[in-house]
Ligand binder design. Structure first.
Ligand code: ADP
Ligand code: MG
Length: 372
């Protein structure tokens, strides 16, 4: 008798969902990104019991059309991408149609949505664990969408226990991520609140609909933080890399990455390269690629190295958005899309270091303490 058999559909769905939604951070990230993709200008994130009981994200974006209710939370159903080729010109955070379906499998989940055309009425949508629409009801609602995720991992006992054990740390991590979205999202009002059991709801932080990153940073970290910062606005062309196959004699073998514009712009804020203006710990370092928060260890290392050659005892605050041609990087590397592959990272790092050095030298008369 054959021993190799397919896993049944429900189990596959649960296994895969557990890779998309790995922790509290992934829930907040997916829901905030959906709100931004829906064009929201006001986003409210509400935690109950640090997220252990529930996390809700309410937006004033487009709302969801009734024709989309049936397949809204089905796996790989998305309004953002229809073929792999579209990935090169992607301008939304989402594209895989996995977040809502995964949340159906891993939490008690519902959505309330309303469109401007529907007046003060909205629809509450409930789903089964596979993401199939189970029922709808009419509720009072303002334009936009509220996604409610309760009892995350209630059906995965090991993960639920781990979440309970680490919730304080997890909650801190989520707040850091939300700080990043709030800082980079110009013109979007963020409000983040938490309600501990039997306690009052408290606003943890909030931004106004600010016209620039600077005011967002002031709202999130306090206006005093700005005094120690200088603006980042670097423009450079990356040095051509010596990649095999990209020679002039083989023009037909060039990839979209080769054809992508080699121009890079990096905007944001960084600590003044002077002792006393940096930070004791290497916290508060946020990196983005075209406003998508991501982890870029090599880029972070380059920033820190150059900074330390001016202020060896401290680490900089960094809020840096790397503006790149959409063909010059790949976001489809990890399920959470936080890992980004930059096609020409070494060329970018080289140019970045020399640009930063120039910027810091202009702000500091002292000679660098270490040669790079
Ligand atoms: P993806 O973002 O990759 O498309 P999701 O599972 O996160 O996948 O969402 C599925 C679809 O549901 C989206 O493509 C979008 O059309 C719709 N959607 C999700 N959240 C919202 C929201 N807050 N407002 C409007 N539409 C939404
Ligand atoms: Mg999404």
């Amino acid at each position: 008798m054959a021993t190799i058999k397919p896993i049944e559909g429900r189990s596959i769905h649960q296994i895969q969902s557990g890779q998309v939604i790995v922790d509290l951070n992934s829930v907040a990230k997916e829901l905030v990104e959906n709100a931004l993709d829906a064009g929201a200008t006001a986003i409210e994130v509400r935690f109950k019991n640090n997220g252990l009981d529930s996390i809700e994200v309410q937006d004033n974006g487009s709302g969801i059309a009734p024709e989309d209710f049936d397949h809204l939370a089905l796996k790989h159903y998305t309004s953002k991408l229809s073929s792999y080729d579209d990935l090169g010109s992607l301008h939304t955070f989402g594209f895989r149609g996995e977040a809502l379906s995964s949340l159906c499998a891993l939490s008690r989940f519902h959505i309330i949505t309303a469109r401007a055309a529907d007046g003060p009425k909205g629809t509450k949508l409930e789903f089964d664990p596979s993401g199939k629409l189970r029922g709808t009801s009419v509720v009072a609602a303002k334009q936009g969408t509220t996604v409610v995720v309760e009892s995350l991992f209630y059906n995965l006992p090991v993960r639920r226990k781990e979440l309970e054990r680490t919730i304080k740390r997890e909650y801190k991590k989520v707040l850091n991520l939300l700080h990043a979205y709030a800082c980079i999202s110009v013109g979007v009002k963020f409000t983040v609140s938490n309600q501990i059991p039997k306690g009052k709801k408290t606003v943890v932080f909030a931004t106004q609909s600010n016209p620039n990153i600077r005011e967002n940073i002031a709202n999130v970290y306090g206006a005093k933080t700005l005094q120690a910062l200088i603006p980042l606005d670097l423009h450079f062309e990356m040095n051509p890399s010596k990649r095999p196959g990209s020679t002039q004699s083989a023009p037909n073998r060039s990839t979209p990455a080769d054809e992508a514009s080699r121009g890079v712009r990096i905007v944001g804020y960084i600590s003044r390269p002077v002792h006393g203006e940096g930070r004791q710990n290497p916290d508060r370092q946020m990196f983005f690629v075209n406003t998508r928060p991501c982890t870029l260890p090599q880029v972070a290392k380059a920033f820190n190295e150059v900074y330390k050659s001016f202020n060896i005892a401290q680490s900089p605050f960094i809020c840096a958005d790397i503006k790149l041609d959409t063909n010059a990087y790949d976001v489809n590397v990890s399920p959470d899309k936080r890992t980004i592959l930059l096609h020409d990272q070494s060329a970018l790092l080289e140019s970045l270091k020399s640009e930063l050095l120039q910027l810091f030298e202009a702000h500091d008369q002292s000679v660098p303490q270490a040669q790079l």
